[in-house]
Design a protein around this ligand. Sequence first.
Ligand SMILES: Nc1ncnc2c1ncn2[C@@H]1O[C@H](COP(=O)(O)OP(=O)(O)OP(=O)(O)O)[C@@H](O)[C@H]1O
Ligand SMILES: [Mg+2]
Length: 225
Amino acid sequence: MHDAKPAVVRLVNISKQYEDEAAPIVALRDISLEIGRGEFVAVMGPSGCGKSTLLHILGGMDRPTRGEVWLQDIPLHTCDEESLTRVRRTRVGFVFQFFYLLPTFTVEENVGLPLLLSGRNHAGPKIAALLERVGLANRRKAMPHQLSGGEMQRVAIARAVIHEPPLLLADEPTGNLDSENGARVLDLLRGISAESGTTIVMATHSEAAAECATRVIRMKDGLVI
Ligand SMILES: Nc1ncnc2c1ncn2[C@@H]1O[C@H](COP(=O)(O)OP(=O)(O)OP(=O)(O)O)[C@@H](O)[C@H]1O
Ligand SMILES: [Mg+2]
């Protein structure tokens, strides 16, 4: 027996070129990497180096120009749109810099959205437990505009993990928060990864954020360096 754990995500010779500009833009150049279960990876590098593009390709939100993207046993590079949508809904959670909560939905409705979209009922207890976990049990009926930035991001994190995805992608999740709220969000991400084995890939400009990670990937001009 050998103890090689299957990777949660695997990129093989990934390149991404955007063609819709006057001159083509190469965002990713021949990137290969593997990330395992429970890893918390920070992706760092200057603005425009390809961090968000990398996250989008990992999560099936964008397609590579060349190369293979595997999410567990699924080859995303060969999926049609319908199966990509299904993969995003079931196996991936997303957290963004600007939260993107639905403004006319309450906190608990926002958190329950991924379950609603996949037709799962009786989500009440699960939503309540998760709101307790992110410290917002008492705000479940609040509307997003009644929350602070840090609270909104914790709601967004709860929404991103309620369907227990193996992969959580976070694009500058602390980029819009003060250091105290940023630290709380990072604590939460670290806890989620440790408790449930969720693999997290987080793009960040913050060295403090990267210190929470178990691995740091540095990028420059579309390359991992
Ligand atoms: N839809 C698009 N069309 C054309 N070019 C794009 C598109 N999206 C990104 N790019 C270009 O690809 C390169 C990588 O962009 P990306 O958003 O991945 O960078 P980033 O590392 O996330 O930067 P930041 O730290 O500013 O968020 C940049 O040169 C950007 O201008
Ligand atoms: Mg970005």
